[in-house]
Design a protein around this ligand. Structure first.
Ligand code: MN
Length: 213
């Protein structure tokens, strides 16, 4: 996660069609090879003329954004955010196992047991998270993050903002930009959120959580 300029497009940890039928092949191809690639290209284009910042990681570019020259600050914020958010999103998903019944998709996972305890029930956690995801006005993301005091917190971010400058560590996130679901669900964001729960890689989420505590 600590790569620097020139940033490159990392292959997905699964095939473009692997998240079918919940997220379609065309959505994944466009999202990865066009949208994420564009953020990478623009970020590299900005940093090309600023060698002093070419050894900064994505995280540093976001957290220490206000230490960058004013001329590039906003563009770096937007494009580094676009790269960070999409890398996070693509890496936290995995193909849905056809051997696991939909209703049992996640609650038997150890990290889901933990969420179950913290939020009374896994269903309750899911409802709160989904509520945050529905509440994003326009384009953005919903997150489960960890505070500096190791508390879990829900939040939303607009556009390509990230939780990092607020010293919040991402654990789980959903992309609710319309490009993430329009081809598969048209404007039905609620259904997209519901189905997206089928492709969360809970092992990965647990790994992220364990690194933070
Ligand atoms: Mn996106």
């Amino acid at each position: 996660m600590s790569d620097t300029y020139p940033f490159t497009l990392k292959p997905l940890p699964y095939a473009y069609n692997a998240l079918e039928p919940y997220i379609g092949t065309e959505t994944m191809i466009i999202h990865h090879t066009k949208l994420l690639q564009n953020y990478i290209n623009r970020l590299n284009g900005i940093l090309k003329d600023y060698p002093a910042y070419q050894n900064w990681t994505l995280e540093e570019l976001l957290i220490n954004n206000n230490k960058l020259p004013k001329a590039i600050r906003i563009d770096v914020h937007r494009n580094a955010g676009g790269v960070f958010n999409h890398n996070f999103f693509f890496n936290e998903m995995k193909p849905h196992s056809p051997t696991v019944r939909r209703a049992n998709n996640n609650p038997n996972h150890i990290f889901c047991d933990f969420l179950n305890e913290v939020f009374t029930s896994f269903q309750n956690f899911k409802e709160i998270f989904s509520h945050f995801a529905m509440s994003v006005f326009g384009s953005g993301y919903a997150w489960l993050v960890m505070t500096e005091d190791h508390l879990l917190k829900f939040m939303t971010t607009a556009n390509q903002d990230t939780p990092l400058p607020s010293k919040l560590q991402p654990i789980l996130m959903i992309d609710v930009w319309e490009h993430a679901y329009f081809l598969d669900y048209k404007s039905d964001r609620a259904r997209y959120i519901e189905e997206w729960f089928n492709v969360i890689n809970w092992d990965k989420i647990e790994e992220i959580y364990m690194r933070l505590i």
